[in-house]
Design a protein around this ligand. Structure first.
Ligand code: PGA
Length: 259
């Protein structure tokens, strides 16, 4: 995994409906990635599109991702997709523990097994977590801490830098609302603090933490200017070529500033 440049990763979720549209979107992302080479652009597409998108990802401008995996390599698991199969398609990243999957019944135990499997097969897990709601008393921090503690259970210190932590407050996903930039930055500091409790401080400081939840071409620049987030996981806006490019452009600009 490269360690320079901001991440902008599109999570297409269960979209688009047709391969032709998927190709168009992917090519749009590829063009934007070419224009802003300092940004690490990724696309997490539905499984069925991956083998075709692989053909378009030859130049490596956009890293190819999946949205889930089954922790075993092979076997009697009807309907599941294994890390081995994903590796065979040049997939390099996989979203794990997205709130939409958690809401559909995915358990912490399953999430931990998937993280372990992704690391075993050298796929970068993009691990999602975040509170469902915020309260004045700040008890959402304990929720995030508990999720994080579960997540890191099977991540040894030596592998921490191979992981992407995607902080996604559930209330911000698809709602058009985001936390204020200072709240996002507070959370980043908090996440690093929680990680430092398990790992040493220097190890924790190397962790890649990105933000997700209603990121748009209008709020991306501010969210990066006022936080030290390493980038974004982008849902809705990754389905519009111009919007996705706008976010990538904002990430490129913020990189220049931080150098
Ligand atoms: P959103 O989704 O950008 O549409 O809010 C983000 C996500 O669910 O990863």
């Amino acid at each position: 995994m490269q360690t320079t440049g901001k991440w902008v990763i599109g999570n297409w979720k269960m979209n688009p409906g047709e391969l032709a549209e998927a190709k168009k979107l992917f090519l749009g992302a590829r063009q934007a990635a070419k224009k802003y080479p300092s940004v690490q652009v990724g696309v997490a597409a539905p499984f069925v599109f991956l083998s075709e998108l692989r053909k378009l990802s030859v130049a490596g401008l956009v890293s190819l991702g999946a949205q889930n995996l089954f922790p075993e390599a092979l076997g009697a698991h009807t309907g599941e997709i294994s890390p081995l199969m994903l590796k065979g398609l040049n997939v390099t990243q996989v979203i794990i523990g997205h709130s939409e999957r958690r809401a559909a019944g995915e358990t912490s135990q399953e999430i931990v097994a998937k993280i372990k499997s992704a690391l075993k097969y050298k796929l970068t897990p993009i691990i999602c977590f975040g509170e469902t709601e915020r309260d004045e008393q700040g008890s959402f921090l304990a929720v995030v801490e508990a999720q994080l503690e579960e997540i890191v259970a099977e991540i040894p210190a030596t592998r921490l830098k191979e992981v992407i932590f995607a902080y996604e407050p559930v209330w911000a996903i698809g709602s058009g609302e985001t936390p204020a930039p200072d709240e996002v930055e507070e959370m980043r500091l908090f996440i690093h603090k929680v990680l430092a409790k398990k790992y040493s401080r220097p190890v924790a400081s190397k962790a890649t933490i990105i933000y997700g939840g209603s990121v748009s071409k209008n709020n991306a620049a501010l969210l990066l200017a006022e936080t030290e987030m390493a980038g974004f996981l982008v849902g809705g806006a990754s389905l519009k070529v111009g919007d996705f490019e706008g976010i990538i452009a904002a990430a490129a600009k913020s990189d220049k500033k931080s150098r």
